[in-house]
Write a protein that binds this ligand. Sequence first.
Ligand code: SAM
Length: 291
Amino acid sequence: MTRYWWSERIGPGFTHGYEIERLYEERTPYQKLLIFDNEQWGRGLILDGIVQVTFNDEFIYHEMMVHVPIMARSQQVESVLIIGGADGGILREVQKQPQIKRIVQVELDEAVLRACRKYLPEISGDWDDPRVELVIGDGAAYVQKARKHGEKFDLIILDSTDPIGPSIVLFEPPFHQDLAACLSSNGTIIRQSGLPNTMPKVMPFVMARFQDVLPQVEVYQAPMPTYGGEIAFVAASRDGISVKEPGMEFVGRYYNPETHRAAFALPTWWTKLIEEYEDNGRVPVEPLSFC
Ligand code: SAM
């Protein structure tokens, strides 16, 4: 096995260094994939030079993306669409909620799914669950088709890679129009929106895209040490009901009713960032200028 120091460029002049054991590497048709072991963070997945998941902090991200909207909407959430998420962490958390009747997951890259099943099975939910329909394909093409067929989902989770490479299409206006059309009247869409510390344009950009198609947009946060700090999540809905308050009780490893409420307490400079972008007429920047 090869052991060496690897680093991710987190921001300008700032990297995270990991001493890694390389377990598996592949250039898939869409991206470069690397599975590694690290003493501090355990096993993890890197795509195109960006850490996607590690054993020791993935639960924070996955629990906060799933249980915040489900607990806020309580029994209304029965159908879920997951776009991306090859590691299966989002699926695992969705499957913890007994009221869920249908889960569609659309992942572009079969090679990532395969590698995650082999090397990261502890992270993943149960792909053989009869409620799960796994579609290998592009998330944008899927929602375009779903819209034509009048399909609706109560919760849509966008767990894609950052806006580089194959996920750029998931940051474009037509995708958002299709997404909004596929959202049930009391549904929620959740997207991870980067780290304002190192990518300050992503959160306002994601908010702008959602505000073009849905009236209610809320921001919350969670600490993600391997991503480099606090990550922003954007929640969008059309019925005006806030996702800030949990309506049911659930306790995970990170998630509980207190962390749910506290996640919506934003630092003053995040609020200012949001206000500045609203004062500027909510003009979204180009996705490629994030990275
Ligand atoms: N939590 C992660 C993060 O943001 O660091 C994301 C994890 S998951 C591995 C991201 C997945 O999104 C990848 O497996 C990638 O193949 C998938 N993806 C990228 N573009 C996509 C698209 N257009 N449609 C469906 N899945 C896509």
